[in-house]
Design a protein around this ligand. Structure first.
Ligand code: FPP
Length: 222
């Protein structure tokens, strides 16, 4: 969800104003995802590298996350959205962890759209954690080293029961993956748009899906 800071700067507003508009955009995109029939929508809200930001901005982001869960959980639950979180969100403050766990539990049996929020997430950490989990199983004698395969490693990631990524959209003109779902995007279509995240909404999502529909996907075949 890139470009919140630049959106605010262009309006001579504090960065938090851009993040606030970013949450509004997220709300609109989640609704649109349901309307457009998307099975899974993942939003990258806080990376494991975002701790490098000033304490005040981190605190603002945590405040927005709290508000988003408190204010939106009813609507999400009613709309049949299942909330999932990927990343080490247990490192957040205890009240945030409780809110997240409550929202996950409350929406666990919903099946229309899965909203995945990446929080304190980084692909390298996720892959190292997955490798560690498998190594511990080997050490306990529960599996053999030869059983460490692409499949068992996939199952040891946060995204275990989610499908691979079909389309990755990066906003604000950045053309990097920035440690996001590196394993899961092996065959994803990549779309880089110049739109800043606060300006990204239903129209932009629908256009992205149209673009995706024109791609020819061969998955290594002919
Ligand atoms: C990227 O813009 C945005 C973020 C690092 C934070 C996004 C998180 C939120 C808006 C809060 C939680 C929201 C939800 C929906 C759970 P940037 O600050 O890197 O922008 P810039 O590149 O223009 O500076």
């Amino acid at each position: 969800m890139d470009g919140n800071g630049r959106w605010a700067k262009a309006r001579r507003l504090p960065r938090v104003a851009g993040h606030r508009r970013g949450v509004q955009a997220a709300r609109e995109v989640v609704r649109a995802a349901g309307d457009l029939g998307l099975e899974v929508l993942t939003l990258y809200a806080f990376s494991s590298e975002n701790w490098r930001r000033p304490a005040e901005e981190i605190s603002d982001l945590m405040g927005l996350l709290r508000r988003f869960i408190v204010d939106d959980i009813d609507e999400l639950a009613d709309a049949g959205v299942r909330l999932r979180v990927i990343g080490d969100y247990q490192a957040f403050q205890p009240d945030v962890v409780r809110l997240i766990d409550g929202a996950i539990a409350r929406t666990a049996s919903n099946g229309k759209t899965t909203l995945v929020i990446a929080l304190n997430y980084g692909s390298h950490n996720e892959l190292a954690r997955g490798a560690r989990l498998l190594a511990e199983r080997v050490q306990r004698g529960e599996m053999a080293p030869s059983e460490i395969t692409a499949e068992t490693l996939s199952e040891a990631l946060y995204t275990a029961d989610l499908p691979p990524v079909d389309l990755l959209i990066r906003t604000s003109g950045e053309r990097r993956l920035s440690n996001f779902l590196l394993w899961q995007t092996a065959y994803a279509e990549l779309l880089f748009v110049d739109t800043l995240w606060p300006d990204f909404g239903k129209v932009e999502l629908a256009a992205a899906l149209q673009d995706f529909g024109r791609r020819e996907r061969r998955f290594g075949g002919l």
